[in-house]
Design a protein around this ligand. Structure first.
Ligand code: ADP
Length: 218
C-alpha cells in the first residue's frame, strides 16, 4: 500500500531513507534548509522543498499535519532536531521517528513524544558485529535489549527436515516467522514445512535462546 512520508534533513541517513521509500513507491516529501541538497533530491522524492522545519508556520504551510509518518533526520543541529520533533508532536503527527546523535538527545526527544528513536551508527555496528561473528547469521534486528529477530542460513544438518521434526519452539524457545528460499518467502510456515539447505530462516526469540539455536540447532 502506498503511504505518505515526510523526511526532514537530507544528510546521509535522511537521504537514504528518502531514496529508499521513494524507490519502494511511496509518496515522500523531502525537506531541507540546504538548496543544493533539495535540488539533488528532486528526482528521489515526490516533492523536495527548501524549508526550515523548526518554523511552525512553514510546517503548517507544507501540510505536515496530513502526514502520518515524519522522519526527523537533522544531524548535528540537536537543538533544531528537538524543536522540530516538539512541533511535529504538537501538530499531532502520529508517527515521528527521530535520528538521535547521543543519549542526551535520545532522552529529550523521548520525553517530548518521539515515537521511535534511531541511532544508525550504533544499530548498524551491532548488526555488523553479528554478521562478523557468525557465518550463519545473514541479518539481525534488535527488538529490545533481550529479544531479536535473526535471519539464519540453514545448514546441511537441518536440510530436508520438517519444522515439526526440529521442534525448535520446545527445544530452543524460538519461533520461525518465515523462510526465504531464493525469491520466494514462506510466511508463518506450517509444522510440516520442509527446510532445505541454504534456506534463510527468519526466527524470533530471546538473544540467549537464539544463540543456543544458532550453535546447537543448525
Ligand atoms: P547525517 O549525519 O545523517 O549525514 P547531516 O547532519 O549531514 O546528517 O544532515 C542533516 C541535514 O539536515 C542537512 O542536510 C541539513 O541541511 C538539514 N537541516 C538542518 N537543520 C534543518 C532544519 N531546521 N530544517 C530542515 N533541514 C535541516
Amino acid at each position: 500500500m502506498k503511504k505518505q512520508f515526510a523526511v526532514v534533513g537530507l544528510g546521509r541517513f535522511g537521504g537514504s531513507v528518502c531514496k529508499e521509500l521513494y524507490k519502494m513507491g511511496h509518496e515522500v516529501l523531502a525537506i531541507d534548509t540546504n538548496e543544493d541538497k533539495v535540488n539533488d533530491f528532486a528526482r528521489y522524492s515526490t516533492h523536495a522543498v527548501v524549508a526550515n522545519a523548526t518554523d511552525e508556520n512553514t510546517l503548517l504551510s507544507l501540510g505536515i499535519r496530513n502526514f502520518e509518518h515524519v522522519i526527523v533526520a537533522i544531524g548535528d543541529n540537536i537543538q533544531a532536531s528537538i524543536l522540530c520533533t516538539l512541533l511535529l508532536k504538537e501538530l499531532k503527527v502520529k508517527q515521528v521517528w527521530v535520528k538521535a546523535q547521543n543519549q542526551y538527545h535520545h532522552k529529550v526527544v523521548e520525553k517530548i513524544g518521539a515515537d521511535r528513536i534511531i541511532h544508525p551508527e550504533h544499530d548498524m555496528g551491532i548488526r555488523i558485529a553479528h554478521y562478523l561473528a557468525s557465518e550463519k547469521i545473514i541479518d539481525y534486528i534488535e527488538l529490545s535489549p533481550e529479544y531479536s529477530i535473526v535471519e539464519l542460513l540453514a545448514t546441511e544438518k537441518v536440510s530436508n527436515q520438517t519444522i515439526a521434526k526440529q521442534d525448535i519452539r520446545a527445544k530452543f524457545g524460538c519461533t520461525i516467522l518465515g523462510i526465504k528460499r531464493g525469491e520466494e518467502i514462506i510466511i508463518s510456515p506450517p509444522p510440516d514445512q520442509l527446510i532445505l539447505e541454504k534456506d534463510i530462516i527468519i526466527i524470533i526469540g530471546s538473544n540467549k535462546d537464539l544463540k543456543r539455536f544458532e550453535e546447537e540447532g543448525l
